[in-house]
Design a protein around this ligand. Sequence first.
Ligand code: MF3
Ligand code: CO
Length: 249
Amino acid sequence: MIILKNREEKLKMKESNRIVALVLKEIEKKIKPGVKTIDLDKFAEELIRKEGAVPGFKGYLGYPATLCISIDEEIVHGIPSERKLKEGEIVSIDVGTIKDGFYGDGARTYAVGEIDESGKKLMETTEKSLYIGIEKAIPGNRLSDISNAIQTHIESEGFSVVRDFVGHGIGRNLHEDPQIPNYGDPGMGPVIREGMTFAIEPMVCEGKSWKTKILPDGWTAVCEDGSRAAHFEHTIFINAEGPEILTVA
Ligand code: MF3
Ligand code: CO
């Protein structure tokens, strides 16, 4: 069942997602060779609490940290640690918050120092596919119109769409109906309506395979072929006129 949000609930989601966007903006300045991922996590937790929210992922299904930090071939759910970022890596940071009972959720991939052209293209294509998907989130369209638009763009650039993780409805719960795959035929699934709130999050492997595996830590998802991955996520609200991105600082 897809839970619609009213005006007041939308405002609360705007606030929890504003804090997500603030973290993603502020953390960009800290992404440099030599920084430990655990220190990025500490910084994010402090900022979230200073803004009157709490980390949304910490404790969720036993997840141990505030951020998910996924480097190079890691796609999502990398656990912050003593590992230091290195020049040339790409690093995906996923942030969740809860404030006033509502979740915020957003992610983006950053370059550490200078990166190669293919890495830049991977990041640009993934981010662009997110915006192309969001454009389809219009009342009257069907859910898989979003999915298909994302997939079409990513594959047109020669990259692979991860199937094992998907976007989702979001609200009082981090994961609500519907699931929002980043692939599929258009014209399927529920009709999009005003008041729906979606976390749209394309995850892309650089190589030809979209297969994933989970590392022995039980969380970190990687591209099975060892190719690098990018991940961009926005939480959006569906207005009568169309989508509104809530993850803005
Ligand atoms: N953005 C991810 C998601 O929507 C983050 C979840 S991490 C978890 O699923 F630890 F909270 F599971
Ligand atoms: Co999400």
